[in-house]
Ligand binder design. Structure first.
Ligand code: MN
Length: 121
């Protein structure tokens, strides 16, 4: 399965993590970017599923359209799904920048679609 992280220069600069799952790209907006140090946590807001094709998109979303601004691929590669439940997704990323285990856990305190992404081993 593949994943990608798009850097998105929208009104609010953020990163979009996308993971191929159930035939779609499950997607999270990560305002501060993905954690790179073990134990580091970042807020990740789950957003609507995207098409798998969109995972490779780079370019300019035109002014006036939702998400207007430049999109760049920040990282991409394969991942391995290690565990998945309603409230926890554990993966192993094999990208250029993201490598090793990452755990997404639901974080309802920060809102209905809020998760934390934590870098594991
Ligand atoms: Mn975005």
């Amino acid at each position: 399965m593949k994943f990608s992280v798009q850097e998105h220069f929208a009104t609010h600069h953020h990163y979009d993590l996308r993971m191929e799952m159930d035939g779609v790209a499950k997607s999270w907006a990560v305002p501060k970017g993905l954690p790179l140090e073990r134990g580091e946590k970042r807020l990740a807001i789950q957003v609507e599923d995207h098409s798998i094709d969109y995972m490779d998109f780079e370019g300019e979303i035109p002014e006036g359209m939702y998400g207007a601004g430049r999109v760049l691929i920040w990282d991409k590669g394969e991942y391995e799904l290690l565990k998945r439940s309603k409230s926890e997704i554990k993966v192993k990323f094999m990208g250029e920048k993201l490598r090793g285990e990452y755990i997404l856990v639901k974080f309802p305190r920060a809102g209905k679609n809020a998760w934390l992404i934590v870098k594991g081993n």
